[in-house]
Design a protein around this ligand. Structure first.
Ligand code: GDP
Length: 356
């Protein structure tokens, strides 16, 4: 499964946030096939459509899609030089598909700030600089090797060019994920700043309710997306029943929990989407990549569905709700039979036809 690595300076609230993520025990029970490791937190992707489907189909249970987060030990200035956990830390980040950077925005004199003062911009620069330095080291070694291989005509020069372009961008202080360089020739290097980033601002209520301040912080990280949450409140929300949780959220001016936001934005940042299936047993969201075609999407349910794919009967969620049932949707011509070149759309309610 695709995972998002959580990074940040010490004392910014990573563990507090991660504890909230891992308290989602319900999920672990729903996904018995997924070995839940101690440093992995799994969160539901909120999807109100599933409840609607479950009502239409009288489904026994609802299975939402999920997003995994990996807790990566705190980063400190000098990590790229082997300070603190150094190389092990970098290896862990390398395995993540996207990076969620937790940035401290809460003021609390009892919690020491490693860099002396609460300053989100400064903190992000510290982290980014470590990741950029690590990438520059990787690139320097690779470029030496690539140059030899190009001279020996064992490597296409475009690979060397891509590596040099990336090096230039980093030296200008850029993150590779925001640059326009074609990094495909050098994916094997697993460059850290080439991964998509999400910025999680761990703030207190004063900021949560201050739209101008939030817009300021979001602008610092654009085009990457920003999530604002209070990690302490998130860890309390998890223990409340839905009504109490909604009340607590409303009291801090929010209509969605930070974890829900994080799951939604994380899912999007990973380039994922879902399609839906429903029946008396379950209403379920299946995770696929954006742009996937019907047979590949069918393969997420079972490899046999992909191998023996014939057709997909697709009804859009909105059409299904408007008509009220599959039979009615068929009668009104809203059920489409799609072939192997059909590109899946978000919210497709699907039944696959296949040979065994
Ligand atoms: P980590 O080192 O990044 O994992 O940070 P921790 O999660 O251990 O948090 C460091 C300290 O900050 C702990 O004492 C937390 O209780 C406190 N803390 C974390 N999040 C918040 C928050 O949103 N508000 C306040 N006031 N304190 C927080």
């Amino acid at each position: 499964a695709l995972t998002i690595g959580i990074v940040g300076l010490p004392n910014v609230g990573k563990s507090t946030l991660f504890n909230a993520l891992t308290k989602n025990q319900v999920l672990a029970a729903n996904y018995p096939f997924a070995t839940i490791e101690p440093n992995v937190g799994v969160v539901n992707l909120p999807d109100p459509r599933l409840k609607v489907l479950a009502d239409i189909f009288h489904s026994e249970r609802i299975l939402p899609a999920a997003v995994s987060f990996v807790d990566i030990a705190g980063i400190v200035r000098g990590a790229s030089e082997g300070e603190g956990l150094g190389n092990q830390f970098l290896a862990n980040i390398r395995e993540a598909d996207a990076i969620a950077q937790v940035v401290r925005g809460f003021a609390d004199d009892d919690v020491v700030h490693v860099e002396g003062a609460v300053n989100p911009q400064n903190d992000m620069e510290t982290i980014n600089a470590e990741l950029q330095l690590a990438d520059l080291q990787t690139l320097e070694k690779a470029i030496t090797r690539y140059e030899k291989e190009v001279r020996g005509k064992k490597l296409d020069p475009s690979v060397l060019d891509a590596a040099k372009a990336a090096q230039d961008a980093l030296q200008r202080g850029e993150l590779l994920s925001g640059s326009s360089i074609d990094l495909d020739p050098i994916t094997e290097l697993g460059l850290l700043t080439a991964k998509p980033f999400i910025f999680v601002f761990n703030v207190d209520e004063a900021v949560l309710t201050d739209d101008a301040r939030k817009a300021e912080l979001a602008a610092l990280v654009a085009p990457a997306q920003a999530v604002f949450l209070d990690a302490k409140i998130e860890s309390e929300l998890i223990d409340l029943d839905p009504e109490e949780a909604a009340e607590l959220l409303a009291s801090t001016g929010q209509d969605e929990s930070g974890l829900d936001q994080l799951a939604r934005i994380g899912f999007d940042t990973l380039g994922l989407q879902t399609y839906l299936t429903a029946g008396p047993k379950e209403a379920r969201a299946w995770t696929i990549g954006k742009g996937w075609k019907a047979p590949q999407a069918a393969g997420v349910i079972h490899t046999d569905f992909e191998k023996g794919f014939i057709k997909a009967e697709v009804i859009s969620f909105d059409d299904l709700v408007a008509t009220g049932s599959v039979a009615e949707a068929r009668a009104k011509g809203k059920a489409r039979l799609e072939g192997k070149d059909y590109v899946m759309q978000d919210g497709d309610v699907v039944e696959f036809r296949f040979n065994v």
